[in-house]
Design a protein around this ligand. Structure first.
Ligand code: GLN
Length: 198
């Protein structure tokens, strides 16, 4: 895909202490943004947006706290930092986490309740072609890996795609959340949409 020149110089942090970091970074770079690994509070300086990847949300929550990134990132998000959370990253951005660990923290910037591992054991992982509201070019190939689902959607949250009537792609203001792994399919359209809406 051709680079989008308007994105040159846009710095997008990718939380990189745990999870599926590399493919997100590659997608962002391919679109002309600069992916910056975020491991310390200092890494947040100068980023224009952040990606919270898939992984294990309980572990990521712990690492966000122990690394000292949680509080300054929460402040940036409260100030309107655009964010894209995928799978575990979606859980971390949600207002309420169901079936989480009691000490699990989330940023609460999207007014949804998400249930962890909601698609059940037999279908822990699956791939499906997703119809995404307003996305040109046809269905999006979505890879779900022990995915969460949105069980409650608050006012101000836009549902962009659903599986079996359950929302799996939502947006509230500058924050996009996906229950699946858009970085794994080689289709850059959701990263692109996130970046152009910055
Ligand atoms: N099940 C994981 C969790 O609860 C998320 C899985 C993923 O990110 N692929 O954090």
């Amino acid at each position: 895909m051709a680079k989008a020149p308007c994105l040159n110089g846009v710095k997008v942090g990718v939380f990189a202490l745990q999870g599926a970091v590399q493919r997100h970074a590659e997608a962002l770079d391919a679109l002309g943004a600069e992916a910056v690994a975020v491991r310390t509070p200092e890494d947040l300086a100068g980023i224009d947006a952040i990606v919270l990847p898939g992984g294990e949300s309980t572990t990521m929550s712990q690492l966000l706290v122990t690394s000292g990134v949680f509080e300054p990132l929460a402040a940036r998000l409260a100030d309107g930092l655009p964010a894209f959370g995928t799978c575990a990253g979606m859980i971390l951005l949600a207002r309420e986490v169901l079936d989480g660990r009691p000490d699990q923290r989330s940023f609460g910037v999207v007014d949804v309740s998400v249930r962890r591992n909601a698609f059940g054991r037999q279908v822990d992982s699956f791939e499906t072609d997703l119809a995404v509201d307003g996305l040109a070019g046809g269905d999006f190939p979505a890879v779900f890996i022990r995915a969460p689902v949105v069980e409650r959607v608050g006012r101000g949250v836009e549902v962009l795609a659903a599986v079996r009537d359950r929302p799996v792609l939502c947006r509230q203001g500058p924050v996009l959340i996906a229950a699946f792994h858009p970085e794994l399919s080689g289709d850059l359209r959701l990263h692109q949409r996130f970046l152009v809406e910055l």
